[in-house]
Design a protein around this ligand. Structure first.
Ligand SMILES: O=c1ccn([C@@H]2O[C@H](COP(=O)(O)OP(=O)(O)O[C@H]3O[C@H](CO)[C@@H](O)[C@H](O)[C@H]3O)[C@@H](O)[C@H]2O)c(=O)[nH]1
Length: 438
């Protein structure tokens, strides 16, 4: 989530606004290169206190398996004094925050405005994190309750079905000390002076309106806050490797910063890519229980795909890979960042969501915008190599009706969501900020 916040700081700095960006020391090192205006954007380090149960030295969500994030929330809450000190010293006009629900308590005391900035899709807030959801106070929410969207929810397609609601049961579990995830977000939004969402009206207008009416707050949209094209060139090894293939022929697969697959699902995924017969580049974290991706590969796999398939266990420059002319298909988890990057790229999108918001983003892409194909999972949330391969082939087969339909819809949206429109969102957002503070 820090990356889109930094993109917002960059856009504001582009127009002359300065900001202090609070983040753990390790994240400063990781994000430094994305700070395009170091004279206006000052990184201020926060020391993340140790919380029992977290591996020593944990600083960011990407350092730990997702099931430990609730402990990281507790650690973040213990940085409150540090945050308060920075606010006292720098006296900003405005503060942006997301899950630190206690920020408005500080800002109110100083007479500063607080904007709750959500960097996940508006649909995923609208379906679970609004007052009409009626999350029980004294008992955990049930699957049956989650299957019914809150009253007034504005879509019948961007919904969770069957077993998928399990991925949302966590909202009534602790996320930090003495607070559930739902209570935290509810408080963070309810106590703010305004809500901001990283989306645009053209795509998610109806969800934004619903959220605003639920909380009785103004909702400001920043647009998708896509990064500026990176200044660093694509790593030489990928330039060389990708250049060996026909335009639009390579399948690229990445699942963002958090997803770690079970070993058998990881193997099924790479076997599905093998089955397509197409060249592919996979960039994934090693699966559970494995130290490297290499040790987790199926038997004989490396020899069979030699020359046309690479499985890479580290970070790659996703944005630049998606722009490479040889890449024609993006298999993604549909995290909100990847969703936008996929929408703005020229690649066919095949989606395998894992978490609740990713499933909703996927429904949105596949069923509302009709620009992507979702890979079918069974009741146990397992996806087979055959289904994965079938989905990829259906979007890569240039002669198919499916391929032409997706391509045409995709082109329409890409053209509409152009740079001019994105800039107009930033201008309007700045106007909104001025109205709020004056
Ligand atoms: O090897 C990689 C992998 C990812 N990325 C970039 O990292 C970002 C990943 O962001 P996103 O697609 O949003 O995925 P996550 O990091 O998994 O996102 C978390 O945060 C999102 C909201 O920002 C939620 O939608 C997701 O569910 C949650 O997992 C994107 O800009 C990618 O381009 C790379 O550059 N290289």
């Amino acid at each position: 989530h820090m990356t889109p916040f930094l993109h917002l700081s960059n856009r504001l700095a582009e127009r002359g606004y300065s900001s202090t960006f609070l983040l753990p020391i390790k994240a400063i090192q990781q994000l430094q290169h994305l700070n395009l205006y170091p004279h206006l954007i000052t990184f201020h380090p926060l020391t993340v206190p140790h919380v029992e149960g977290l591996p020593e030295g944990t600083q960011n969500a990407s350092d730990i398996p997702i099931q430990f994030t609730y402990l990281l929330a507790a650690a973040m809450d213990r940085t409150r004094d540090q945050v308060e000190r920075v606010i006292r010293d720098t006296k900003p006009k405005l503060i942006f925050y997301d899950v630190a629900h206690w920020v408005p308590e500080i800002t109110k005391a100083f007479g500063i405005k607080a904007i709750n900035y959500s960097v996940v899709s508006a649909a995923s807030i609208a379906i679970v994190l609004v007052p009409a959801r009626n999350v029980p106070k004294d008992k955990p929410i049930t699957e049956a309750e989650l299957l019914v969207p809150p009253a007034g929810y504005p879509s019948s397609t961007v919904v969770l079905r069957g077993h998928e609601v399990r991925s949302l049961l966590f909202i009534s579990q602790p996320f930090g000390e003495g607070i559930t995830f739902y209570e935290r977000i509810y408080k963070a939004m309810k106590e703010s002076d305004a809500l901001a969402i990283r989306t645009c009206n053209e795509t998610e207008g109806k969800f934004c309106e619903y959220i605003g009416s639920q909380y009785g707050k103004p909702v400001f949209l920043t647009g998708p806050m896509l990064p500026e094209p990176p200044k660093m060139p694509l790593e030489d090894r990928w330039v060389k490797w990708l250049s060996g293939f026909q335009p639009g022929s390579v399948v690229f697969c990445a699942f963002g910063s958090q997803i770690v697959l079970e070993k058998n699902q990881f193997q099924e995924l790479v076997l599905g890519l093998e089955l397509t017969g197409l060249p592919f580049l996979v960039a994934l974290k090693p699966p559970m229980g494995a130290a490297t991706v290499e040790e987790a590969l199926p038997k004989g796999f490396e020899e069979r795909v030699k020359g046309r398939g690479v499985v890479w266990g580290g970070w790659v420059q996703q944005l630049m890979i998606l722009e490479h002319p040889s890449v024609g298909c993006f298999v993604s988890h549909c995290g909100f960042g990847s969703m936008w990057e996929s929408l703005m790229s020229d690649c066919r999108a095949v989606l395998i969501p894992h978490l609740g918001d990713q499933i909703l983003n996927t429904r949105f892409m596949a069923e509302e915008l009709k620009v992507a194909v979702e890979v079918v999972r069974d009741e146990k949330a397992w996806f087979s190599k055959e289904n994965l391969s079938k989905s990829i082939k259906s979007v890569m087969d240039k002669g198919s009706v499916m391929c032409s339909m997706l391509k045409e819809n995709h082109r329409k949206w890409r053209e509409m969501l152009n740079k001019g429109l994105m800039n107009s969102y930033v201008d309007k957002f700045i106007e909104n900020m001025h109205e709020l503070v004056n």
